[in-house]
Design a protein around this ligand. Structure first.
Ligand SMILES: [Mg+2]
Length: 369
């Protein structure tokens, strides 16, 4: 049994080494919460909020995560847990707010795995601690900057490139990339930049041997994604569209996509992600773990999920050195030749660096459970 004694919420402000841009937004720093839970025996677990500080990606923000966690989720921690899956059953009375739920649930899974003295990835059902990873390249000022960034990623051994696109830069840039890197596994992410009116334009992407096109249309356009996928050879991948198992069932029933990007925060944590994994495997829907510019705790948790057998495409969790001067773990999460090997230590497998937490901390709140 796990009986939670204390919850501490650390608010951190971490500047990114390089600002990350898509067609809507530029992220220069990550304003995030770390949730620390301590159980009856002093076992400590960590979760991370992956929300951004404004609601451009989903409706959640750093502030809403804080409010939901300290006001409602804390109440769900009063009764003991025999398994962390019980959290999401209790949390179903609170609608959506998936990133807040995932943050708290993540800390419970960390404690659960530590109590079992097992690495979290094994507790989740993963067998192989080696995860292939790719890099996401945001929009740059010039095409040459983008080509240089791809060249560097290729040199570093990363297994695929994901490129943020908009109507303004897409075909021109992909043409240039393919001229220089004809064989590089390449995918594009539109963050909903197109509509069904652009279908003839989007169909031109079929010429470039892309791994997938991520979220071409608005998140709620399951029907239009279906019309697109019918006419497109390249697989459509849904990201922002997928919040729940019901969204996955809709996408499968309509054949709106062939691939889904799973983000722990967006789907409400591990329990839901595992259910989505199993359903997608059954229906031959490809999977990979998407990135949210996570700090170390969130990165380690996403990588643990990515060890499950259904995650056949490279994960978006590149080495932490691409994002931060100094991450919040004692040992940096490093990629070698495009692969990250998870440690065999219990829980998330990485020590949280308390000095780094203190360095980035702008607020700390002990929430009475
Ligand atoms: Mg995306």
């Amino acid at each position: 049994m796990i009986k939670i004694k204390q919850m501490t919420l650390y608010r951190l402000r971490m500047p990114l080494r390089t600002p990350f841009s898509n067609w809507r937004e530029q992220v220069k720093e990550k304003d995030l919460y770390i949730c620390e839970l301590v159980d009856q025996d002093g076992v400590t677990g960590y979760g991370e909020s992956v929300a951004f500080d404004s609601p451009w990606y989903t409706e959640e923000t750093t502030e809403t995560v804080h409010y939901i966690a300290k006001t409602y989720l804390k109440q769900l921690l009063k009764e003991p847990f025999s398994h962390p899956s019980e959290f999401i059953e209790r949390a179903n009375v609170i609608k959506r707010n998936h990133m807040a739920k995932a943050m708290v649930e993540g800390a419970l899974w960390d404690i659960f795995a530590k109590r079992l003295e097992m690495p979290l990835y094994q507790v989740l059902g993963g067998k192989n601690p080696k995860v292939n990873v790719g890099v996401a390249i945001g929009m740059k000022q010039t095409d040459d900057e983008t080509l240089d960034a791809i060249g560097q990623a290729e040199k570093d051994g990363y297994k695929r490139i994901k490129l943020k696109v908009s109507k303004k830069n897409d075909l021109r840039l992909i043409e240039k990339i393919r001229a220089k890197f004809p064989m590089m596994p390449l995918m594009i992410d539109a963050n909903g930049a197109y509509t069904i009116q652009d279908i003839e334009h989007v169909k031109k992407f079929d010429h470039y041997n892309l791994l997938m096109i991520e979220q071409p249309f608005h998140p709620e356009d399951f029907v239009d994604h279906k019309y697109l996928q019918e006419q497109l050879h390249t697989p459509v991948c849904l990201d922002e569209s997928i919040h729940t198992i019901q969204d996955v069932r809709t996408a499968i029933a309509l054949e709106s996509c062939r691939i889904i990007s799973v983000k722990l925060g967006r789907v409400g944590g591990f329990r839901n992600a595992l259910t989505i994994h199993d359903l997608c495997q059954k229906h031959q829907i490809g999977l990979w773990t998407g990135g949210m510019l996570e700090a170390g705790i969130g990165r380690a948790q996403s990588l643990a999920l990515a060890t499950l057998p259904g995650f056949t495409y490279p994960a978006d969790q590149a080495g932490a050195d691409r994002y931060w001067e100094k991450d919040i773990l004692s040992e940096e999460i490093m990629a070698k030749n495009g692969m990250i090997t998870l440690p065999e230590r219990p829980g998330i497998g990485y020590e949280v660096d308390k000095a780094a937490i203190a360095y980035y901390q702008i607020d700390r709140e002990i929430v009475k459970v």
